[in-house]
Design a binder for this molecule. Structure first.
Ligand code: NAD
Length: 454
């Protein structure tokens, strides 16, 4: 493989993981983030996000990686990936201001004669490839610079918590562009993944029976819509099982049994069928909002997506109400929350259900104590005013608690020191909002078990 020059703009979950994988393959990667603290930590070889296997490939690709706070001059042939945030605007639409800023900076640094592919890796609304192309070509014309710049949409489908595995062994790679040159260069860039020619890092082995991922080439609009369709579908699938979890409780069924039985149907599949407190994270909420805003711009109401969002909101409140039903009066109680991250294996707390629990229970007068294996530093940094006490471990968390709630599906919470927790608690309630625990183990420790839909 001939190494290519790649510039990654934005080193968050997507930019850092993608760039690190590309450097691991031997491409020459320049990581740019406008946040100097992030750049400083990355230069020191410290990953700025919690992802299994990331530190290992970062170290292995160190010689091919450069970290900086500004974009270098862009000359010769190369790929530029825009992987900045696209948060929600008030009307739900994606806010493209970070993308616009990045595209403008890129345009200002393109050198005469350069041959570049600029990739929208961020999740962006339909029309964004053309929008970015417009920003760049107008800027180049104003500067009087002649260069070849091809724009492509290359949506990212990684799941946080397994970002490295999803990047090295994706189900597919989607490239949406009108430019055959862009397709050719991106095929070359991703050749190590498409052909699986790299040596798997020991910490992120190739999954058994993994098949070579197809490269799907589409129009930019199809690629852009694909990303929103994928996230809307996944959010809907989770909301579907959550909706049935409430019905299961009403009729006396066990949703875990129902989920297993329907998940074995190959048309349905077992993933994303775990009933619980609902989805969160940086993507599903903002992407479903953006899809609804897109629909309304075309005078079209996406009723399924709208319902998935509403069911998710209701599911979080279902957990709060369950707690209230069990304890009757929340004012003056101490509640322990096991988990802050929006799901296990990540430190990301963006739109985490834990934030809803903290807010709702705090408003109802409960004192909150929290524990998370990795997200506590990010909580202290990003949400310094969270009205909570931080516990070092699960037993300290349980001390004097009237109830303990499992909020995040961390694997270590499957093996809670239940007897020591029971001895430390004031009350007996364990509310398993992720259906992670065995009822018998909890009751054997002298505690009361309440799950979701069981
Ligand atoms: N997080 C995920 O699991 C995931 C998965 C697929 C797609 N996406 C999409 O990818 C995009 C990025 O998501 P993320 O979670 O990695 O974001 P993030 O917030 O973790 O990281 C974005 C980074 O971009 C930097 N940045 C912003 N503007 C910049 C600029 N002009 N120059 C240099 N750096 C700049 C920020 O400082 C930040 O570090 C979003 O559109 C998101 O929807 C995210």
């Amino acid at each position: 493989m001939a190494p290519m020059r790649v510039t990654i703009i934005g080193t968050g979950y997507v930019g850092l993981t993608t760039g690190t994988a590309l450097a691991y393959f031997g491409h020459e990667v320049t990581f740019v983030d406008k946040n100097p603290e992030i750049v400083e930590r990355l230069r020191a070889g410290v990953p700025t996000i919690h992802e299994a296997g990331l530190a290992e490939i970062m170290e292995a690709g160190r010689c091919s990686s450069v970290f900086r706070t500004d974009i270098p001059e862009l000359s010769g042939t190369g790929v530029v990936m825009i992987a900045v945030g696209t948060p929600s605007k008030r009307n739900g639409d994606a806010d493209l201001s970070f993308v616009d800023a990045a595209a403008t900076e890129v345009a200002d640094l393109v050198q005469p004669g350069a041959r570049l592919v600029v990739v929208n890796k961020s999740t962006v609304p339909v029309g964004s490839a053309r929008h970015v192309e417009g920003i760049i070509s107008r800027r180049l014309a104003a500067r009087g610079v002649e260069a070849e710049v091809h724009v492509a949409s290359n949506p990212e489908f990684l799941a946080e918590g397994r970002a490295v595995l999803d990047t090295l062994y994706p189900d597919r790679i989607v490239i949406g562009t009108e430019s055959p040159i862009a397709t050719g260069l991106l095929r070359e860039l991703y050749a190590p993944i498409l052909e699986q020619t790299f040596e798997p890092p020991p910490g992120s082995p190739r999954p058994e029976r993994y098949e070579l991922p197809p490269l799907i080439t589409t129009t930019p609009t199809s690629a852009e819509l694909t990303k929103y369709a994928a996230n809307s579908f996944l959010a809907t699938k989770i909301s579907f099982i959550n909706e049935f979890s409430v019905l299961a409780e009403k009729v006396g069924a066990d949703i875990t049994e129902v989920a297993r039985a329907i998940g074995l149907d190959q048309r349905i599949g077992p993933r994303f069928l775990q009933a619980g407190i609902g989805w969160g994270g940086s993507c599903f909420g903002k992407d479903t909002a953006a899809v609804l805003a897109l629909g309304s711009a075309y005078d079209y109401d996406l009723q399924l997506v709208r319902s998935a969002v509403e069911v998710n909101r209701r599911q979080r409140m279902f957990v709060v109400d369950k707690l209230q039903q069990q304890l009757k009066v929340l004012r003056g109680t101490t509640i322990g929350l096991l988990g802050l991250a929006f799901k296990g294996n990540t430190d990301d707390m963006r739109d985490s259900p834990a934030l809803t629990l903290v807010q709702e229970l705090h408003e109802r007068g409960a004192v909150l104590r929290v524990h998370d294996p990795v997200a506590m530093p990010s909580a202290k940094r990003h949400f310094p005013d969270l009205p909570v006490e931080y516990a070092d471990d699960e037993v300290q968390l349980a001390c004097g608690c009237d109830a303990v709630v499992v909020v995040t599906d961390w694997d270590q919470y499957r093996r809670l020191p239940l007897e020591r927790m029971a001895a430390a608690m004031r009350g007996r309630l364990v509310l398993d909002a992720r259906n992670l625990l065995q009822r018998q183990s909890v009751t054997a420790a002298g505690l009361d078990y309440v799950g979701i839909g069981r």
